[in-house]
Ligand binder design. Structure first.
Ligand SMILES: CC(=O)[C@@H](O)[C@H](O)COP(=O)(O)O
Ligand SMILES: NCC(=O)COP(=O)(O)O
Length: 241
């Protein structure tokens, strides 16, 4: 069970005032010291948080690996092929969204997704598709050539009550089984926090959780490294239970 620490919202804080601090590179290196297994960052088309220069500075400095999240656009694919992170996670983007609202529609955008996967693979980059926990999307992701999927856990995280949360967790559990059955590495993330991560981390078959917003928020009170260590400890404890 690996923890990908998403550093987007370190950059959000910096961009809010256009200062030079807090530095996402420093956040990434200190996250590695605290036990992050990889660093995740999302270069959005609107550059609302992470900037191109961040990706370029962080890529060679990491001891672990970089998981670059981006939309499927010619510009983003060119940047990814130039910077060559170990992993690229292809995500849907909508300029007016507060955050990534849903998974990539691999079924609906099949040709475009398959071409992007092939191009990134040709550049030596492993590709993950950020998708909703639905069997049809998972099968399409495998057909499109992806070796990894990341299941969007937003519906689980945003569930209004315990019954709805249990139903969403069951969706994720079933999707993990389908993904593993397809021979895919199955990751998950979005909206996970200290109180809801346990049941997801306990699902058999999940390889990696990518978590950002909640860790940045907790760091305000506990500090960056303690917030990461605490999240990782919760994940490991749940995965062993
Ligand atoms: C794709 C994804 O889930 C992450 O990028 C996460 O959403 C943090 O970035 P945003 O808050 O900008 O969506
Ligand atoms: N892909 C999900 C991710 O990287 C982190 O999402 P969040 O924890 O910031 O919601």
């Amino acid at each position: 069970m690996e923890l990908g620490v998403n550093i987007d919202h370190v950059a959000t804080l910096r961009q809010q005032r256009l200062t030079s601090y807090p530095d996402p590179l420093q956040a990434a290196l200190r996250a590695e010291e605290a036990g992050a297994d990889l660093i995740t960052l999302h270069l959005r088309e609107d550059r609302r948080h992470i900037q191109d220069a961040d990706v370029r500075a962080i890529r060679p400095a990491l001891r672990t690996r970089m998981n670059l999240e981006c939309a499927i656009t010619p510009d983003m694919l060119a940047i990814a092929c130039d910077i060559r992170p170990q992993d690229v996670c292809l995500v849907p983007e909508n300029r007016r969204e507060l955050t990534t609202e849903g998974g990539l529609d691999v079924l609906g955008r099949y040709d475009e997704v398959a071409a992007a996967v092939a191009r990134l693979h040709d550049a030596g980059i492993r590709v993950s598709l950020f998708i909703d926990p639905e069997a049809g999307q998972i099968a399409a992701a495998a057909r499109a050539g992806a070796r990894v999927i990341e299941l969007h856990t937003g519906a689980y995280a945003d569930a209004a009550d315990a019954g709805a949360r249990a139903a969403q967790l069951e969706r994720v559990r079933a999707a993990v089984a389908v993904g593993v059955g397809e021979g895919l590495r199955v990751n998950a993330g979005h909206g996970l926090h200290y109180d809801n991560v346990g049941p997801v981390a306990a699902l058999p078959g999940i390889a990696e959780l990518n978590i950002g917003h909640a860790i940045v928020a907790q760091a305000v009170f506990d500090g960056w490294e303690p917030a990461i260590r605490r999240m990782k400890a919760l994940m490991i404890q749940a995965s062993r239970s």
